[in-house]
Design a protein. Sequence first.
Length: 91
Amino acid sequence: MSKFKRWHTLEWTNLRIDAYIACNGICWGCGGRVTAKKFSVDHIKPRSIGGKDQLYNLRLMHRTCHEARHGKPTMTPMQYIYRATVDERMN
Ligand SMILES: [Zn+2]
């Protein structure tokens, strides 16, 4: 299954919602509140080393915090925090 398709399955959507609820809407990365409209779900054990798409292996993160965790440093850490805060206010 392609990566694109995986993100659009009902199973994955349900898992994302479960992870949101399990994490009380709090970002694992920065501890801030995460809007339910747009958020990322991080694999605690990465899929690349066998981590499963199971609730116990998932945690809620802001998209910006998730990008930062996966080493795409297009911004400084302070810029990520600022952007996550702005994202919150926009929703
Ligand atoms: Zn965050």
